[in-house]
Design a protein around this ligand. Structure first.
Ligand SMILES: O=C(O)COP(=O)(O)O
Ligand SMILES: [Mg+2]
Length: 227
């Protein structure tokens, strides 16, 4: 008998259209029909992956904010303190810069542990200020994330696997950037899409020829029923 392996999927760069933005709707049915847990592991704020799970119609298994927020379907865990990240933004503003998402800032509005800065904003002063507060800046290719060095997506995936009761050794991870390296490390098999950055490409077991959702769909095709 064969079965589908559990999945860990990144969002931006991985479930997106080839242009880089907007989810590719071709991934919705395979995810809904997948016969094993599907974990959405993203740098985005908590409500985004929860909404994705609801709209696709899969159980809410979510790692948000690069591991800062973990939802097992029953319990939410916060693994980082937001105060330092907020202080970094205050200092960044005081130095004359802005997060860069407009006045209402729906990118950070519901964040609970880290802060994201628009890639169009200057990163050097951000890195300096973050370092002064003991934080790191992670460039996902979609935003600069100011975060505690400790939490990562992989730890969040471990928490969910333990709670839901699936085997990480049988799990397949797909991602595109440095914030996915930790999921590649905990999953038994990992794929980087063609548009992946150097860190993700290096860390992945396999690098796909196709980018974005095309790559992810190829990976799903390859691993479906492989357990
Ligand atoms: O929020 C980002 O910058 C990237 O999000 P992702 O982890 O889903 O790719
Ligand atoms: Mg990504």
């Amino acid at each position: 008998m064969t079965a589908d392996p559990p999945l860990v999927l990144d969002v931006d760069g991985t479930l997106t259209r080839l242009e880089g933005w907007g989810l590719d709707p071709r991934v919705f049915d395979p995810l809904r029909e997948w016969e094993a847990p599907v974990v959405i592991a993203t740098g985005k704020a908590f409500p985004y992956p929860v909404a994705l799970c609801q709209f696709v119609g899969v159980p809410e298994l979510v790692v948000a904010e690069n591991g800062g927020v973990v939802y097992t379907g029953d319990d939410v865990f916060f693994t980082a303190d937001p105060e330092a990240a907020r202080a970094v933004v205050e200092d960044y503003r005081a130095a004359g810069y802005e997060p860069g998402w407009g006045a209402e800032d729906t990118v950070n509005r519901w964040r609970e542990t880290e802060v994201a800065i628009n890639l169009e904003q200057p990163v050097e002063p951000l890195r300096e200020i973050a370092a002064e507060h003991g934080l790191e800046v992670v460039d996902t290719g979609y935003a600069y994330h100011v975060k505690d060095t400790a939490p990562n997506k992989g730890d969040g995936v471990e928490t969910i696997a333990e709670h839901v009761g699936f085997d990480l050794a049988e799990t397949v991870a797909v991602g595109d950037s440095v914030n996915d390296v930790s999921t590649f490390e905990v999953a038994g098999r990992s794929f980087a899409v063609a548009n992946a950055d150097a860190a993700a490409t290096e860390a992945a077991d396999e690098v796909l020829e196709e980018g974005h959702a095309d790559g992810t769909l190829t990976a799903l095709e390859r691993v479906r029923g492989s357990r």
